[in-house]
Design a protein. Structure first.
Length: 395
């Protein structure tokens, strides 16, 4: 195979051509500013934004007025956490989150700690699941927000959203979830989920980069949220700044395609994932699955290939784009805090590869990747004195 193979769809996805086609007119002939209320250019842009908002709301079973556009999940997470913290400080200054959250949640919490908030980082079990009893125990009269991601970006593990939502509701605490890796892959019904705030990004669902959503449940009493961007009062005062119309149109179109094709696509992708997993388990010894074996999103496969360094595996198959640790979550590569939170040994963490399957992967690519990974792992193990010693001991 003399082309590159992309299997890093948790980091980002290519824009689907059908999404691009929908976006293009909004760069050129329909370039207006939706805030220009006095002329047709503005009206056309505003109509595109509002029909996109309606479409997004329809698929997520939300109301259009609950959808706020941001620049991406990082901004949505910052706005949710800082916005709630600042507007609820008089009620309490305690936030509960989880050790395996994306850095845009963890580092936001760290900053809030510096300004006097207390944050509980719930531990996870070996599969990446939080213990609901621990969550209940952590809640105090000071707790204002629980933020737990729907699906993890490294290991794909899905948390029990409805139970967490129920616990928060019973305790009258706001519940935020970073659903960046789940939106478009699972049928999220926000009205039924007991969730108050939800973040996600366009570029993980075959839409453009630089656009995201924060859903804020329109409840009584109203969820108060301190804006983090001051300016022209766009997005009903919550997020100032001229709206990115082509990207908004793209995000809505991308979500629509995900929903229309979800059933077929998720089955296809999960079959590819299972084929890879089964091949690695049956053709190699000393391999481990990282994350939950069943409670996981369909496109994630995170495996450790003991006695072979993750970076060395990747270097020996440069035509294949996969990821080790958390390359997508940070611009400064660091050892994975997620794999560490699972309690995995150092060897297991340093031999972990994340395969992120996606819409455009083919069976031919999957077969090729299986063979190349096995070949790479075997040849690295041949060079590993520790592995050789282990093999000769067993013989
Ligand atoms: N949360 C999760 C779970 C993610 O996977 C990502 C992207 N790696 C983000 C937040 C941040 O998204 P963005 O870079 O689009 O702001």
């Amino acid at each position: 195979m003399n082309k590159l193979i992309y299997m890093d769809n948790h980091a980002t996805t290519p824009v689907d051509n059908r999404v691009l086609d929908a976006m293009l007119p909004y760069f050129t002939e329909k370039f207006g500013n939706p805030a220009s209320r006095q002329h047709k250019y503005g009206w056309v842009a505003e109509e595109a934004v509002e029909s996109s908002r309606n479409l997004i709301a329809k698929f997520l079973n939300a109301d259009a007025k609950e959808i706020y556009f941001t620049s991406g999940a990082t901004e949505s997470n910052n706005l949710a956490l800082k916005g709630i913290a600042e507007s609820h400080a008089s009620k309490g200054r305690h936030i509960i989150t989880c050790a395996t959250e994306h850095k845009s949640v963890i580092d936001t919490c760290r900053r809030l700690e510096k300004s006097g908030y207390r944050v509980t980082y719930l531990p996870v079990d070996e599969f990446g699941i939080i213990d609901l009893e621990n969550l209940k125990k952590a809640i105090s009269t000071e707790t204002i927000l629980v933020s737990i991601m729907t699906a993890n970006n490294e290991i794909g593990t899905i948390q029990d959203m409805s139970e967490i939502g129920n616990i928060c509701k019973q305790n009258e605490i706001l519940f935020h979830t970073d659903a960046t890796q789940a939106v478009g892959k699972m049928n999220l019904n926000l009205k039924k989920m007991n969730v108050d705030l939800v973040s996600f990004s366009g570029h993980k669902i075959y839409g453009p980069k630089g656009i995201g959503v924060l859903y804020v449940h329109d409840r009584k009493p109203k969820t108060r949220l301190e804006p983090q961007m001051d300016g022209g009062g766009h997005e009903r005062g919550l997020r100032s700044g001229t709206l990115n119309v082509p990207a908004i149109v793209g995000l809505a179109q991308a979500l629509k395609l995900c929903y229309e094709e979800m059933e077929e696509e998720q089955i296809r992708v999960a079959n590819f994932r299972d084929k890879m997993q089964n091949a690695f388990f049956s053709r190699l010894d000393d391999v481990y699955l990282n994350g939950h074996p069943t409670k996981r999103i369909s496109n994630n496969l995170n495996m450790s290939f003991m006695y072979a360094e993750d970076s060395a595996i990747m270097m020996s198959m440069k035509e294949i784009a996969v990821s080790s640790g958390s390359a997508c979550s940070t611009a400064q590569p660091q050892p994975s805090h997620v794999l560490k939170a699972l309690g995995l040994s150092e060897d297991r963490r340093h031999s972990a590869i994340r395969f992120g399957l996606g819409r455009f992967n083919t069976e031919e690519e999957v077969d090729y990747v299986i063979d190349r990974v096995i070949e790479a792992v075997k040849s690295l193990r041949n060079l590993s004195p520790i592995y050789q010693k282990k093999v000769s001991k067993n013989n």
